[in-house]
Structure formats: C-alpha cells, structure tokens
Design a protein around this ligand. Sequence first.
Ligand code: DQA
Length: 169
Amino acid sequence: MVRFREVWESGVDELARVLVIHGPNLNLQGTRETKVYGEETLAEINRRLQTEGARLGLEVDCLQTNHEGEIIDAVHGAAARCAALVINPGAYTHYSYAIRDALAAVGLPAIEVHLSNIYTREDFRRVSVIAPACIGQITGLGSEGYLLALQAVERMLGRDKPSGQEVSG
Ligand code: DQA
C-alpha cells in the first residue's frame, strides 16, 4: 500500500489515469458462454467504462490481450503512467504467479474483477493467486463490477479519502 501514500501525496490530477486489463478470452465477451458471462460485448463494456471514467474524472485506458507476457508488460508500463489498475485476468487468475509477481513488483493499487462469481463455479476457479497482490476483488456482479472498481479507485485516490483508513509505508 506504499503506492497509495505516493499517490495521495503527489496530487491526484496528473495521476488519475486507470488501466483496465481484460485477460484471455474476454475478447469473445458477448458470444462465449453468455449464460455465465452475459451478452454485453467487450466494446460495450469498455464504452461504459469510458463513460463512468469521464463522470468520475478518471482517464480510463482499456487493454485486452490473450497473452500472459503482454499483461505483465502492461502492468510494468502502468507503474509510471497510472494511479491504479483494474484487472480481470481471466483464467490466469487461478495460476499465474507471474502476473501476481508483476502486480506485487509495481505496487500499484489494483482491483481484481470477475464477471462471474468465481466462488460458485468449478473448484479450480475458487482460488485466485492474483488476489493477494490486489487491494480488493469484485466478483459475480457482471460488468457492473468494473464500474464499481472505478468508483472505488476514485474514492481511494483521495478526492473522497475514506476516514480511518490506514496508510502504511
Ligand atoms: C472470469 C472467470 C475466470 O475463471 C474465467 O477463466 C474467465 C472469466 C470472469 O470474469 O468471470 O475467463 O475471469
């Protein structure tokens, strides 16, 4: 959480960019397993993210990739440019120590988002190796989860600093 202190102390305006990373198979959103993931396309979700970002005064960049290394590069790149990350790592959630290490290495506040509720599905989905490197996780609320993550970022950036919240470091 050291990074939060830096963000709070260095002023919000120049750092109010948020990178949203959509991991593998999310490009198929709207057509794959619609009963589980819904019928919204990724383009529609990204449009809603842009709209919500504009409302909150956040600059939102969206990236989708099916490749683990590209997610890691994006996390590294975000360190210099972004105040926070929102990440749906797709199936990498359940086994990518490399993505977890990247998040831990950059120390940016990250929120993990899942469209489906990973705790009500197959056993292998009930474990997130990414969550310990994140400040929080939103799961099972469909695409609303991404919007809620943006709202949480906006509050935690200090414009609406939560009272009583510990800032270590
Ligand atoms: C997912 C859940 C993962 O288990 C799955 O592999 C995905 C999507 C979700 O958003 O619900 O690809 O991250």
